[in-house]
Ligand binder design. Structure first.
Ligand code: HGY
Ligand code: MN
Ligand code: MN
Length: 421
């Protein structure tokens, strides 16, 4: 009889602790910006664990780490997430999904269980958008979605994405070869912490994700006039920071009337940033998120009108660069059903919910049936050092991941799920 496939909770938690040590800001959360030394170190560490789990790891031309089970001639399931983090982020956003996918491979390997499907474990590069770049670089490469213009993007430190990828062991000139053939892969299942309060408030351990929110980024350059803060009369000022402040508050107010679900100005840089100078120049980073593409379109029009009005009234110039649009995506119902069955078999309470955060899975949804599993985030904290999930929930989530893959494998055999809408 085939032994049951059971994840090793201690190994999972130990690997997460090991990765948490790989940070550029010890003691101040995890800072593992994409393509940095610690990010590549984490990738190398995971590659070693992939070998231990019987996978064959490679770094693809997009600098993704891809580990495949050997000897597979048929179709595949893929699972994984990202190892990069925001600055002063937590130790679970991304890393958990990679380590849990690896744990699924390790558990299958330990049990000597061979699925009809091969297992591909992925650690995607630059999910978060390091140093001001567009995010999801690695997963976009897997669907053939990284253009030359995207490779030519220059980050906050003046380095192109192309050079960053090359410096991290990728080969940007061959990025087209990172594309996965959707005909080979039946489903992508990503396990992630919720990063919000819904599961913790409901005291439910497993979230069945129904869809993933979309996001529109916007970069503003607000040009006023620097001048003496003591002598320049208020009526003659063109204060770029005061204009930015007005924009920040207007953006914050957008969700109040239902325009979008959330809206944030998370980046501000004022020049010269000196107390006794009227600010002459501000860079402002804006993003809006919603589950509806139409709502994002309407938000773009509304922001455009707002910026035109503020610029005219305050006598400042506002250059706008519409940045990355990651579209909202629904999950494949067949994958969500697999997650529900897997949770039920283990006697774990589960809840349907949308994802408020963006994920590599929504990019892959353009080519593959995709689903996601969430575990609770204590107090809903994420993208901050206080990110935490109870160890028992982390272990249960990994078990549900491998059980979901086994469930889909048993149901599908070699028949596909069909591409998600
Ligand atoms: O910001 C996001 O939602 C994602 O974690 N990059
Ligand atoms: Mn994140
Ligand atoms: Mn993430």
């Amino acid at each position: 009889m085939t032994p049951p496939v059971v994840v090793d909770g201690e190994r999972l938690l130990w690997r997460l602790d090991e990765l948490a040590r790989l940070t550029a800001t010890p003691g101040e959360g995890v800072t593992r910006e994409a393509w940095s030394r610690v990010d590549v170190e984490a990738r190398d560490r995971v590659a070693g664990w992939m070998r231990d789990a019987g996978l064959h790891p490679i770094v693809d031309p997009a600098a993704n780490l891809i580990g495949r089970s050997p000897g597979v001639v048929g179709r595949w399931f893929a699972s994984g997430s990202h190892l990069d983090t925001v600055v002063h982020g937590g130790h679970l956003d991304g890393a958990y999904g990679v380590v849990a996918a690896l744990e699924a491979a390790s558990a299958l390997h330990d049990a000597g269980h061979t699925m009809d499907h091969g297992l591909l474990v992925a650690a995607f590069a630059n999910e978060e958008g390091a140093r001001g770049t567009a995010g999801m670089t690695g997963s976009y490469a897997c669907v053939g979605g990284v253009s030359d213009a995207a490779l030519d993007e220059v980050d906050d430190e003046g380095v192109t994405v192309r050079d960053r990828i090359a410096g991290a062991g990728g080969d940007p000139g061959r990025i087209a070869e990172a594309r996965w053939d959707p005909a080979d892969i039946d489903a992508f299942v990503e396990l992630h912490i919720e990063q919000g309060p819904v599961l913790a408030d409901a005291e439910v351990g497993i979230g069945v994700v129904t869809g993933i929110t979309g996001r529109q980024a916007l970069d503003l350059r607000i040009a006023g006039a620097a001048n003496h803060a003591g002598t320049t009369p208020m009526r003659l000022r063109r204060d770029a920071l005061a204009a930015a402040a007005e924009i920040v508050l207007a953006v914050e107010a957008m969700p109040a009337d239902g325009a979008v679900r959330v809206a944030t100005c998370g980046f501000v840089d004022a020049v010269p940033n000196v107390r006794n100078v009227v600010p002459g120049l501000v860079h402002l980073g804006v993003e809006v998120r919603d589950e509806s593409a139409a709502a994002l379109d309407a938000a773009v029009a509304r922001l455009d009108a707002l910026l035109t009005e503020v610029a005219a009234r305050r006598g400042v110039g506002i250059d706008r660069t519409w940045g990355q649009r990651v579209p909202p995506r629904d999950v494949a119902p067949a994958v969500a059903d697999g997650v529900r069955r897997a949770a039920a078999v283990r006697g774990l309470a589960h809840l349907d919910l949308p994802s408020g955060a963006g994920h590599d899975a929504q990019v892959l949804a353009d080519a593959l049936p995709m689903g996601m599993i969430f575990v609770p985030s204590t107090s809903g904290v994420s993208h901050a050092p206080g990110e935490h999930t109870e160890p028992a929930d982390l272990v249960s989530g990994a078990q549900v991941l491998v059980d979901t893959l086994l469930d889909l494998d048993a149901r599908l055999g070699r028949a596909g799920l069909g591409v998600a809408s």
